[in-house]
Design a protein. Structure first.
Length: 78
């Protein structure tokens, strides 16, 4: 009987080379992930800018909004 070692006890499988379809899939996933990161960064930047603008904008009072709407209605009827 032969002596058991790591070499003869476990079968060694050589990794098969990457096929063209595997390569394409890997590249496309990488591109999609990069686009997702860029889109998320842009969305967060725009969201922060919008929130900052809303925080710095004075609230619109009811009187000024009503007077603007009256003027526009009067101007449109003439």
């Amino acid at each position: 009987m032969t002596k058991l070692t790591k070499k003869n006890l476990f079968k060694v499988y050589d990794s098969k080379p990457e096929t063209a379809m595997d390569k394409t899939t890997r590249v496309v996933r990488q591109m999609v992930d990069e686009e997702t990161e860029q889109r998320d960064a842009k969305n967060s930047r725009l969201r922060n800018a919008r929130l900052e603008r809303e925080a710095n904008t004075p609230p619109v009072t009811k009187d000024s909004a009503a007077s603007k709407s009256r003027r526009s209605k009067a101007a449109s009827t003439r």
